[in-house]
Ligand binder design. Structure first.
Ligand SMILES: Nc1nc2c(ncn2[C@@H]2O[C@H](COP(=O)(O)OP(=O)(O)OP(=O)(O)O)[C@@H](O)[C@H]2O)c(=O)[nH]1
Ligand SMILES: [Mg+2]
Length: 301
């Protein structure tokens, strides 16, 4: 299965980001701490150009803390300011705000030199769908102004939101890119909820989750579902889990559909503990790769 989701509204949202770029001082690039590379738009450098940028590893509460530290070092080595945060509870936000102020400082100095009274920093919040952009804005503003939701595509238009006296934040719709070169990227994004549900087949996503869990967090599925010696074959493993949970149809047949959905739901809900899907070591070679922009293929609205 190849996963692709780059509908017309996303192409439009990307154009609007480019149009607004000149108005902003800083870009907050939100990535998912569970998949910091796969959740980064490969076109980000091209989109953001040379605006000061702060990388925020969001949903850090769901990610493996040891690997999050490695990712922080990875980004910092590339000269990017980077903070791990939990946009829902507010963890890491004071640090993120102080980093953002530091990035804005040269402009403040320039304004002062010109005799202009420094204004609030204007930051554009960018990231894939469902990564927590609007949640971050609400938490920083200490009120629910931006609409949020547990599915991708909630924010449909840009919106400026004033946060105290220090920031004005521009909420934007989540943006993906026309083609996932590596199919595993599509699966990671599907597993964590960045792809619209209606265009997804649940079976390959559930199988992917079982494979990842067995490779990276051996034993977690066995203890979560209370099954001993989970079969190595992911389909058989899913069947054993469905049977254990009592998802049975007439004739004692496992309801696989219900089992696939269960696997995805539990994974997204953090029921398997703090899980990270990729390590910086997996990406050493790609660090300097130049990603060419693909022809826009607008498939799905
Ligand atoms: N566990 C956890 N959940 C989070 C965090 N931040 C956001 N969420 C949840 O992630 C989901 C998506 O949040 P939104 O703020 O709507 O995401 P968005 O990036 O604005 O999404 P779009 O507008 O669809 O692009 C919601 O269910 C949030 O509650 C976090 O740090 N930790
Ligand atoms: Mg949003």
């Amino acid at each position: 299965m190849t996963i692709q989701w780059f509908p017309g509204h996303m192409a439009k949202a990307r154009r609007e980001v480019t149009e607004k770029l000149k108005l902003v001082d800083i870009v907050f690039e939100l990535v998912d701490a569970r998949l910091p590379m796969s959740s980064r738009n490969p076109m980000m450098n091209e989109i953001v150009q040379n605006k000061p940028r702060l990388v925020l590893l969001n949903k850090a509460d769901l990610a493996d803390p040891r690997i999050t530290d490695q990712w922080m070092q990875y980004f910092q080595k590339q000269g990017l300011a980077c903070v791990s945060i939990n946009a829902l509870k507010g963890e890491g936000l004071p640090k993120a705000a102080s980093e953002a102020k530091r990035l804005f400082e040269p402009k403040v100095e320039a304004m002062k030199k010109k005799g202009i009274r420094p204004r609030a920093a204007r930051a554009m919040i960018l990231g894939i769908p469902n990564v927590g952009k609007s949640s971050l804005i609400n938490r920083m503003a200490k009120k629910s102004i931006a609409k949020t939701g547990d599915r991708p595509g909630v924010t449909q238009a840009q919106q400026w939101i004033k946060v105290g006296k220090d920031f004005e934040l521009l909420d934007t719709p989540g943006i993906l890119w026309p083609k996932f070169e590596d199919p595993a990227v599509g699966l990671r994004l599907a597993a964590t909820g960045a792809i619209k549900e209606e265009i997804l087949d649940t079976e390959p996503v559930a199988i992917f989750i079982v494979k990842v869990m067995s490779n990276r967090y051996k034993g977690v599925l066995e203890s979560r579902f209370n099954v001993e010696d989970l079969p190595a074959d992911p389909r058989e493993a899913l069947e054993a889990i469905g049977r254990k949970r009592g998802f049975l149809r007439a004739g004692n047949v496992v309801d696989m559909e219900a089992t696939w959905k269960l696997m995805i739901r539990e994974f997204r809900g953090g029921q398997f503990g703090r899980i990270t899907l990729e390590d910086p070591a997996d990406f050493v070679e790609e660090e300097s790769a130049v990603v060419e922009e693909e022809v826009v293929n607008t498939t799905e609205e």
